[in-house]
Design a protein around this ligand. Structure first.
Ligand code: CA
Length: 232
């Protein structure tokens, strides 16, 4: 799955140009035309990276940036500025931007900055666009290398935990019963286990990948039915 990039820019020509260039590179693109809309998309659709213009109708880019960070988003943010004094502000205010470009900029320069930010934030998995990588918010599951990351933090899972996560995440929203998951891990574990074994593995998995294991965002409990991976 390719990375999803949000562009917050009210100037149609700029937004379209950037969108086109990103799509040519295989990225998914979301566009917001105001700070308020950008904040809404950033918090509800969890893009992997945000390109944010300073000059916007309503709340400006600086305030939008502050609110996006306050809402808990850790996605890399690249600021587009129009003047040098705005650059000073980006640097001086330490609002949590990761990089900036001054207009007018070349699309080639923008692309190389975006790729660098994605690599920095998500490590080498970011380059595996279109490959066997499952991505949900900042959780990355590399199926071929059997690696799991939250942002750039590597997470060590047991073979059984990885297998359960891979299975759930391969079909977001599909509910798997404990019986199904138990069948799945038979190759990895002794046969004489009951379905409670699954609860234990899920609980360990959550301790490792969730921010709050008691309020999971990735591996969800479906009461009376089993477990499901969160839909995007
Ligand atoms: Ca603008």
């Amino acid at each position: 799955m390719a990375a999803t990039i949000l562009i917050v820019e009210d100037e149609y020509a700029v937004a379209r140009g950037v969108q086109y260039a990103l799509q040519q590179e295989g990225y998914e693109v979301l566009i917001a035309r105001s700070g308020e809309e950008g904040l809404d998309v950033a918090t509800n659709q969890a893009p992997d990276l945000i390109v944010l213009d300073v000059r916007l109708p309503g709340i400006d880019g600086f305030e939008t940036l502050r609110r996006i960070r306050a809402a808990g988003s850790k996605a890399p943010i690249l600021i587009l500025t129009a003047r040098d004094d705005e650059v000073d502000k980006v640097i001086g205010l330490e609002l949590g931007a990761d990089d900036y470009l001054t207009k007018p900029f070349s699309l080639r320069e923008l692309m190389s900055r975006i790729k660098a930010l994605l690599r920095r934030a998500y490590g080498d998995l970011a380059d595996a666009a279109g490959g066997r990588v499952i991505r949900h918010r900042d959780l990355l599951i590399d199926l071929e290398r059997r690696r799991v990351q939250r942002g750039h933090r590597r997470i060590g899972l047991t073979a059984t935990e990885f297998e359960i996560l891979r299975h759930l995440a391969s079909r977001p929203g599909r509910v798997f019963s404990r019986r199904e998951l138990l069948e799945l891990i038979r190759d990895y574990e002794a046969l004489d286990q009951d379905e409670k074994t699954i609860n234990v593995h899920i609980s360990h998995l959550r301790e490792k990948i969730e921010d709050d294991a008691s309020n999971p965002a990735f591996v969800l409990t479906v009461r009376g039915a089993g477990y499901a991976f969160a839909e995007r």
